[in-house]
Design a protein around this ligand. Structure first.
Ligand code: UDP
Length: 466
C-alpha cells in the first residue's frame, strides 16, 4: 500500500511540541511514515516513542539557531516580550528554512505539517511540489474569534477600556473589553509583531488545510463557521492525547516530572473525591512577585485542598519560586507545591481533583475537558482570552477569575479575593456534571466511528490518494 511520508515541524516549545509529537505518533500508528524535526531538548520523548515500537524518525535542527544570537531557552513567541525581541524571533524563524529544505531534498516527504509560525513552509511546500498542512495547536472557536476580531476591530467602537463590546457575526454573543485584545492589535502602527502576524495570516490563507486538535461535539457551530463561513479546509481529529492513553506516557508527558508520580498519586489518594484544586499555568507563564502573593492569599482563603505548580520561570526575577514565606508551612496539610514540571494529565485524571485553575492554553483546556474537570479561567496572553470565552460562555464548564488584561511578560492584576471566590464556585455541581458530559463526548469522538476518528481517516485517505 502507498505509505505517505510526512514531516512534522513543531514550534520547539512544550505547548506546541507535545501535541505535535502526539500527532506524529497518531499518524504513525495509522501507517504513515512520520519524521519529526525538533530541537535537541525534545529528543527524549521521541526516543521513547521509537522504543515503544512506533516508526518515527527524528531530525535535529537547533532553534533558535546559533546565528540568531538568541539564548537557547528563547523558543516561543510568548517569551519575546518587547517588539525588538519579536523582530529577533522572526529572523530566527527564517534562518531555519534552509536546513529544513535540505532535509526535504534528502528525504522526499509528500507533506509537511507545520506550526503556524514557520510561515515560509508554505513557499517551501510550493517549491518542492508537496502539501503544507497547518497545525495551529488550538481549536475552531479561537480561530474564528480571532479572525472576526482582526476583520471587524470592534474594540475601536468603545470609549473606554472597561466598556464591554460584542464580537460580531459569531454564533454566540461574546463580550470582551478592550484590554483583553493584544495591544499590538489595537495600535495600528506597523511593528515586528504586526508584520509577523500578517505573515501568519497570509500563509494560513495559502495553506492546503488545517489539522485541528479538537472534536466536533465540543464546538459544532465553530467547525461549521470555520469551514463554511470562513471557507477553510480543516479536519478535526482530537483530542489527540486520548489516542495515546498509556499511563507511563501520562506521567512523563513532554518533560521530566519534578515530582515522583507515585508520591503524587499517594498524596491524591489520601484526599476525598473532587476536593482538590489543581493550579498550573502551562509551560511559559511568568507572574510578578505581588501576584504570587495574591494567588497564595486566595488559595489559602478558599480553604480548598490544592496542588500548585510553580517554577523558577514562574516569577519575575527567575531566581526563586516566589511562594510567600510561611505559606507552605501553614498549608502543609492541605496543599502540595510542585516546583517545576508537573505530571498534569495524570493529576487531572485523578478522582480527587475537582477543579483546575488554568491560563487557558488550548492543550491545558482540552486536557481538563478530557478529564471532566471544571475550570477557573485565568487567561494571560496569546489566544487564551478567546479560549476563556469558550469555556465560560459557550460550554459553561468554568468560571472566570476576572483576568482583564492581555499581557506578555510578568502578569498581575488578579486580587486574592477573586481567586478564592472563583475557586470556591467551581465546586458547584451543575458545572461538574456538564464537564463530565464533555469528557464522555471526547472519548467517543476518538473511538472507531467517532467524529475525530472518521475525520482522521478521511485525511489519511486523501494523503494516500495523492
Ligand atoms: N504541562 C505539563 N506540566 C506542567 C506544565 C505544563 O504537563 O507542569 C503540559 C500541559 O499538560 C500541556 C502543555 O504542557 O500539555 C502546555 O500547553 P498549553 O497549551 O496549555 O500552554 P502553553 O505552555 O503553551 O502556554
Amino acid at each position: 500500500m502507498n505509505r505517505p511520508h510526512i514531516f512534522f515541524l513543531p514550534l520547539m516549545a512544550h505547548g506546541h511540541m507535545i501535541p505535535m509529537l502526539e500527532l506524529a505518533k497518531l499518524f504513525s500508528s495509522r501507517g504513515v511514515k512520520a519524521t519529526i524535526i525538533s530541537n535537541p531538548a525534545f529528543s527524549e520523548p521521541v526516543t521513547a516513542a521509537q522504543e515503544s515500537g512506533l516508526d518515527i524518525a527524528l531530525k535535529i535542527i537547533k532553534f533558535p539557531p546559533q546565528e540568531s544570537g538568541l539564548p537557547d531557552h528563547m523558543v516561543s513567541l510568548a517569551q519575546f516580550t518587547t517588539d525588538e525581541l519579536v523582530g529577533k524571533f522572526a529572523k530566527a524563524v527564517d534562518l531555519i528554512q534552509d536546513p529544513v529544505e535540505k532535509l526535504i531534498q534528502e528525504y522526499n516527504p509528500c507533506c509537511i505539517v507545520s506550526d503556524m509560525f514557520w510561515t515560509w513552509t508554505v513557499d517551501t511546500a510550493a517549491k518542492f511540489g508537496i502539501l503544507r498542512l497547518l497545525f495551529f495547536g488550538t481549536g475552531f472557536f479561537p480561530m474564528c474569534a480571532s479572525e472576526e476580531m482582526a476583520r471587524h476591530k470592534p474594540y475601536k467602537q468603545v470609549l473606554s477600556d472597561s466598556e464591554p463590546f460584542v464580537l460580531p457575526n459569531l454564533p454566540h454573543q461574546l463580550w470582551f473589553v478592550r484590554t483583553q485584545v493584544p495591544e499590538f492589535q489595537q495600535v495600528e502602527i506597523e511593528s515586528h509583531f504586526s508584520k509577523l502576524m500578517d505573515r501568519v495570516r497570509e500563509s494560513e490563507q495559502r495553506t492546503y488545510g488545517v489539522i485541528v486538535n479538537s472534536f466536533f461535539e465540543l464546538e459544532p457551530e465553530y467547525v461549521h463557521y470555520f469551514k463554511e463561513v470562513l471557507g477553510r479546509r480543516a479536519w478535526n481529529i482530537g483530542p489527540i492525547l486520548l489516542y495515546n492513553n498509556g499511563d507511563e506516557g501520562r506521567s512523563e508527558r513532554g518533560n521530566k516530572s519534578a515530582i515522583d508520580a507515585h508520591e503524587c498519586l499517594t498524596w491524591l489518594d489520601s484526599k476525598k473525591p473532587n476536593s482538590v484544586v489543581y493550579i498550573c499555568f502551562g509551560s511559559m507563564a511568568i507572574f510578578t512577585r505581588a501576584q504570587l502573593q495574591e494567588t497564595a492569599r486566595g488559595i489559602e482563603a478558599s480553604g480548598q485542598d490544592f496542588i500548585w505548580v510553580t517554577s523558577d520561570v514562574g516569577n519575575e526575577d527567575g531566581t526563586e519560586d516566589g511562594i510567600p514565606e510561611g505559606f507552605e508551612e501553614r498549608t502543609k496539610n492541605k496543599g502540595l507545591i510542585i516546583r517545576g514540571w508537573a505530571p498534569q494529565v495524570m493529576i487531572l485524571n485523578h478522582p480527587a481533583v475537582g477543579g483546575f485553575v488554568t491560563h487557558c492554553g488550548w492543550n491545558s483546556m482540552l486536557e481538563a475537558v478530557c478529564a471532566g474537570v471544571p475550570m477557573v479561567t485565568w487567561p494571560l496572553c496569546a489566544e487564551q482570552f478567546f479560549n476563556e470565552k469558550l469555556v465560560t460562555q459557550v460550554l459553561k464548564i468554568g468560571v472566570p477569575v476576572g483576568s482583564k488584561k492581555w499581557q506578555l511578560g510578568p502578569a498581575e492584576g488578579v486580587p486574592g479575593e477573586a481567586v478564592a471566590v472563583a475557586v470556591c464556585s467551581i465546586m458547584a455541581s451543575e458545572i461538574r456534571s456538564r464537564a463530565k458530559s464533555y469528557k464522555e463526548m471526547a472519548k467517543r469522538a476518538v473511538e472507531e466511528g467517532g467524529s475525530s476518528h472518521k475525520d482522521l481517516s478521511v485525511l489519511i485517505e486523501e494523503l494516500r490518494a495523492m
